[in-house]
Design a protein around this ligand. Structure first.
Ligand code: FES
Length: 253
């Protein structure tokens, strides 16, 4: 079930450029939310500003804190970035279907591109307990990598298109390189659609189970607007309700 919860902001800090890390204290949503799911966040009590979908970045159950990593792209997220510790916001969640996290004894590659890195922290935390995980992070904008300081996972390989951080290589090339050396049997990916398409293509070719997170295609977030409908091998599906995480074979040919 999804809840509406008024939550207090603990921290809302800029990590550089347009990238922000938001921490809120939650009692209800934190009990249910899982890696890959998201919340609809309402910055202010202002009817003109719509709720924005933001994926969960980290679930700190011990301290009752939910973390969201977001980029200021429009009115709503800009408004959100002006809020300070102590302010109250209303969030709705958990929403959508997340990643498959109840898995054991797999060798997993997790591939994040740009802002797609954000929802992967909680996933890495969860699956790393019982599996061997390698995380490939890539992108163009160096500020998007600031989040890696907050992920701090030892098995992380950083690549960038221009070589400004990590190795100069794209994530898909790096994945192929790893597949030559390691017997990966599961892949998770989140990032630009074109990157996920290529990752899925590599996965399908190698017969590897793959999940993709299509969250960039969302509107209302709750199944009401139909704006996120996509064609899948199992008929029309809503990204916000049936996803954002899908088996790659259902959504990418
Ligand atoms: Fe409105 Fe999915 S975003 S139905």
């Amino acid at each position: 079930a999804a809840f509406l919860e008024d939550v207090k902001i603990i921290e809302n800090i800029c990590l550089g450029s347009r990238y922000y890390l938001l921490k809120v204290k939650s009692e209800k949503i934190i009990k249910e939310i899982k890696a890959g799911q998201f919340c609809m966040i309402k910055p202010l009590d202002n009817a003109l500003i719509l709720r924005r979908p933001i994926s969960i970045h980290n679930i700190d159950k011990e301290n009752g804190v939910l973390e969201f990593y977001y980029e200021t792209v429009g009115k709503g997220t800009k408004e959100l970035s002006t809020l300070k510790a102590g302010d109250i916001i209303n969030i709705q969640g958990p929403l959508g279907e997340g990643f498959s996290i109840n898995i054991k004894d797999k060798k997993i590659a997790i591939i994040g591109g740009g802002m797609g890195i954000a929802p992967l922290k909680e996933l890495i935390k969860q699956v790393n307990k019982e599996n061997k995980v390698v995380f490939i992070a890539g992108g163009r904008d160096k500020y998007a990598f600031e989040i890696l300081k907050n992920i701090n996972f030892k098995n992380t390989i950083v690549v960038s298109d221009d070589g400004s951080i990590g190795e100069k290589k794209n994530t898909v090339e790096k994945l192929k390189e790893i597949l030559e050396k390691e017997n990966i049997n599961m892949i998770f990916t989140c990032g630009p659609h074109i990157m996920m398409e290529k990752v899925a293509e590599v996965a399908h070719k190698n017969n590897i189970y793959c999940e993709v997170s299509l969250e960039e295609r969302m509107g209302c977030g709750t199944g009401a607007c139909m704006g996120c409908s996509i064609e899948t091998t199992k008929g029309m599906k809503k990204v916000c309700k049936d996803g954002p995480v899908f088996n790659s074979k259902e959504v990418i040919k």
